[in-house]
Design a protein around this ligand. Structure first.
Ligand SMILES: [Zn+2]
Ligand SMILES: [Zn+2]
Length: 163
């Protein structure tokens, strides 16, 4: 198989993903504020800062026999963590298919990722930033039972949307 440059994860059965390849774009987005950061792939809980929010993405069902095909979400759960010495990472959580309950194959909306992460890093660095206007974006209700972020207890909308 040819090695393709892609932000899609290699496995389709992961419950969460990291995108170190987008680090440079995050850096570009915060450089105007003289904020520095380095991507830290440690997944320990030794973070000094933690923030969960949502980004936008598309999913394809990993089950090729499934008739649903795919779906898009404005509430892809993301957990941003800060570490000592300007370290950070961001964990993006997978979702399950509504019709067959298999995990999705994520295609990230890279702009929404970069904006959210950059915004949070600036905030943690103490830079005054404008509130993002789409912070409370509308969209279909978040389905906790299909969200791996909810399952692992990180998703912001967990209690909000539950019946
Ligand atoms: Zn499916
Ligand atoms: Zn969730």
């Amino acid at each position: 198989m040819a090695k393709r440059k892609s932000h899609k994860p290699k496995e389709d059965t992961k419950t969460s993903f990291m995108f170190p390849s987008l680090h440079q774009r995050v850096l570009d987005a915060i450089s105007d504020q003289a904020v520095s950061a380095r991507f830290d792939e440690k997944t320990t809980n030794q973070s000094n800062n933690k923030y969960s929010t949502n980004i936008t993405g598309k999913f394809k069902c990993s089950n090729k026999d499934c008739s649903k095909g795919g779906w898009s979400s404005k509430k892809v759960s993301i957990l941003i963590r800060g570490y000592p010495g300007n370290g950070y990472n961001a964990l993006v959580f997978n979702q399950r298919c509504q019709s067959c309950n298999k995990l999705g194959i994520l295609t990230l909306d890279e702009n929404s990722y970069v904006e959210r992460v950059a915004y949070r890093l600036k905030k943690w660095a103490g830079v005054r930033t404008e509130e993002q206007p789409y912070e409370q974006n509308a969209g279909p209700p978040h389905k906790s039972e299909l969200c791996e972020g909810c399952k692992q207890g990180y998703c912001q909308k967990r209690n909000y949307w539950e019946d």
